[in-house]
Design a binder for this molecule. Structure first.
Ligand SMILES: [Zn+2]
Length: 493
């Protein structure tokens, strides 16, 4: 946001003096002018498409198959005279488009009682407030009639609000807070629509932003059996935990590497609606994990849009070039190494790992790269091989289906769905056979040392260190310090 604001100020300074721009009312006028310009041009565009459609119609004459085809005038929009030519040649200043001001600066804040909003907009006191829910088959008019509104007020209120909201799309059960001089409802999270009777300008509708409060929560816990259970028992919000497992998932295999007694910690921000107290958002800022033999700590950095990511204390990205388990919710059913082949019965080296998963489970690219092979490959069935860099390749076999757009030569991003679990080729049941190749030789995907992702760019390092210090300060204010203080990372090269 700060970045956008800078951009905005710069643009304005180009054509105006700086002082003029710092006056808020001026900003509002400018943005209205620009909005009008845009509306105007879209109307023109529509008119032109209309003209084009008519000339297309005239082409469509008859269906007689052997008759010669006559080409009428090409279906192009006719050019219009430049409207500027209609005005006398007075030099005008051209105002370049400016980015929209942030909604938070423009829209009023929603209030706990609608009476507060009515008072601030009209200066009048309103009576008692009731809450009504939209019933099945009921429109807003019927609801307002239930609330005791007369026909004229209903008609005028609907006129005012229908500009802002498509009233036919209101959901059954939508709550309306109603007073005699106005009412409120919401169709979008974080926004309220107020419809208010103004003593001089009549019924008007306005959008207000729901105010929110942000809280920082820090949690440290010990894992008994699953991190999920421990976190839910501690009341950790589910989306924060999802982010946590995603960040840690590059370094840790939660199904196999977590032991009883391992400790985890997270710092997360909760955003609550100040009026009704409901949680409306959240953000994880720090994720820490102490295993028996290593410590992991990762920090969110979003100070610059080019460097958004998760990094350890030294600025190394939490993301790895490859994901060990390119499928979610799977169970490791056969590991790397010697075994008796389930179909042929011969003792053979198993050059990959098998993950049992229901047919149709999406398989994702373990890392970004270029598709080397995609198609049928003998006993592998439907098979994909991705080249990630000069050293690493990954392969996926027995798929039921290969995702569209996945063909040799196409690029894939880490995490992109490339296919679906199946049992094609020589296979006894739905599973993914997954191989990691280092210099074209299969290695054990579960133990191979994986290269780290990118390091944070040096130019962002000072700002990242500030973020890190702020997070430590926040943790300290909760009366403790991080477990994963001395962070060491395994699997780096
Ligand atoms: Zn296998």
């Amino acid at each position: 946001m700060a970045f956008e604001v800078n951009g905005e100020v710069k643009m304005r300074v180009n054509c105006m003096t700086k002082r003029a721009f710092q006056r808020p009312p001026y900003r509002a006028v400018m943005s209205i002018a620009v909005t009008c310009l845009f509306v105007g041009s879209s109307v023109n565009a529509q008119a032109e498409t209309g003209a084009a459609r008519e000339s297309v119609k005239s082409l469509h004459v008859a269906f007689a198959p052997m008759e010669p085809v006559f080409q009428t005038a090409p279906a192009l929009p006719t050019s219009r005279p430049d409207p500027a030519l209609a005005y006398p040649a007075i030099p005008v200043s051209i105002i370049p488009p400016v980015s929209k001001p942030a909604l938070i600066d423009v829209l009023p804040k929603s209030t706990k009682m609608i009476g507060e909003m009515i008072r601030s907009q009209t200066g009048l006191e309103s009576g008692p407030e009731t809450e009504l829910k939209l019933r099945n088959g009921e429109g807003i008019a019927a609801l307002l009639r239930r609330a005791g509104y007369d026909s004229a007020s209903i008609a005028n209120a609907i006129d005012a609000v229908s500009v802002k909201v498509n009233l036919r799309r209101l959901q059954i059960g939508t709550k309306f807070q109603v007073a005699s001089q106005g009412f409120r409802f919401s169709t979008k999270p974080g926004r309220d629509i107020y419809v208010i009777q103004h003593p001089t300008s009549g019924w008007l509708a306005l959008t207000a932003l729901r105010p929110t409060d942000r809280y920082m929560n820090f949690f440290q816990g010990t894992i008994d059996d699953s991190i999920y259970r421990a976190a839910m028992a501690a009341g950790i919000n589910e989306s924060a935990l999802n982010d946590y497992t995603r960040v840690m998932g590059f370094s840790v295999d939660f199904q196999r590497e977590i032991r009883t007694g391992d400790r985890f910690e997270l710092l997360y921000e909760t955003e609550r609606d100040s009026i009704d107290g409901k949680i409306v958002g959240g953000k994880l800022h720090y994720a820490g994990l102490v295993l028996s033999d290593e410590q992991l700590g990762f920090f969110r950095y979003d100070g610059d849009k080019d460097a958004i990511g998760w990094y350890d204390e030294n600025g190394n990205s939490a993301a790895r070039t490859l994901i060990r388990t390119p499928i979610s919710g799977a169970r490791l059913s056969s590991s790397f190494g010697h075994r008796k082949h389930p179909v042929s019965g011969f003792n053979a080296m198993h050059k990959g790992v098998d993950f049992a998963a229901p047919r149709g489970t999406p398989i994702i690219a373990a890392g970004s790269g270029v598709i080397r092979e995609a198609g049928w490959k003998g006993s592998f069935g439907r098979y994909i091989r991705i080249r990630h860099n000069a050293t690493y390749d990954t392969a996926y076999a027995h798929m039921s289906r290969i995702a569209p757009n996945i063909r040799p030569g196409s690029r894939v991003k880490q995490g992109e769905i490339i296919g679906y679990v199946g049992s094609t080729g020589r296979s006894t049941g739905a599973h993914l056979h997954y191989e990691v190749m280092v210099n074209n030789r299969q290695v054990n995907p579960m133990t191979v040392r994986l290269p780290t992702g990118e390091r944070i760019d040096d130019q962002h390092l000072p700002a990242f260190r500030k973020t890190l210090a702020a997070i430590d300060q926040e943790v300290l204010s909760h009366g403790t310090i991080r477990f994963a203080g001395d962070v060491t990372i395994k699997n780096t090269q």
